[in-house]
Design a protein around this ligand. Structure first.
Ligand code: AMP
Length: 179
């Protein structure tokens, strides 16, 4: 079904049916990233919503979250904190396990990456079931971070991931109402 209310950036996101599994429509942001104008627009829209707010750290989820997240951190004059898949971070870490739309996973954060009381903006490319972002919020809050918002480029509204993040200010640029 065509959603006529899609943000103009949506036309730069490629939809790949049956990836990585049958039945999943993968929303591929690489087609947006390779377009200089769309890439810049995505960074501006995402970081613009938080302009003027005091954000100490931009935390982003591996790996697609790093691409726009790093650019957002620079715009917002915030430090960048990577949240990575299990076993990838070299320092002392905290770990959270969670269920994905397709499979199970664990994410980790460096213990020294966020200080208690710091304002943290969380970013990932796509909000699906919300399990990953929820686990990321638990990691940030265990370190004493204050989550000032969660920003996604795209949200799969029909999976209702937002309801798992109801304690937070959730913002998504592009909304897919149906698969
Ligand atoms: P979830 O925990 O279900 O919200 O899944 C979110 C993570 O999986 C994000 O890091 C997304 O990049 C990725 N993801 C899940 N479903 C999709 C999808 N249909 N298209 C693109 N990425 C997805």
């Amino acid at each position: 079904m065509v959603n006529h209310d899609l943000h103009p950036l949506a036309r730069h996101i490629r939809s790949v049916p049956d990836f990585p599994k049958k039945g999943i429509v993968f929303r591929d942001i690489t087609t947006l990233l390779q377009n200089a104008v769309a890439y810049r627009e995505a960074i501006d829209v995402l970081s613009g919503r938080y302009a003027g707010m005091k954000i100490d750290k931009l935390a982003a989820i591996e790996s697609r979250g790093f691409i726009l997240g790093a650019a957002m951190a620079e715009k917002l004059k915030a430090g960048f904190v990577p949240i990575r898949k299990g076993g990838k971070l070299p320092g002392k870490t905290l770990r959270e396990e969670f269920a994905l739309e397709y499979g199970k996973d664990a994410i980790e954060i460096h213990l020294d990456s966020i200080r208690s009381g710091e304002n943290v903006l969380l970013h990932d490319d796509v909000l699906a079931t919300g399990g990953t972002a929820q686990a990321a919020c638990r990691l940030i809050e265990k370190l004493g971070g204050r989550i000032v918002g969660i920003a996604f480029l795209a949200e799969l509204d029909f999976l209702k991931g937002r309801s798992r993040l109801s304690a937070y200010d959730v913002f998504s640029v592009v909304h897919y109402e149906t698969e």
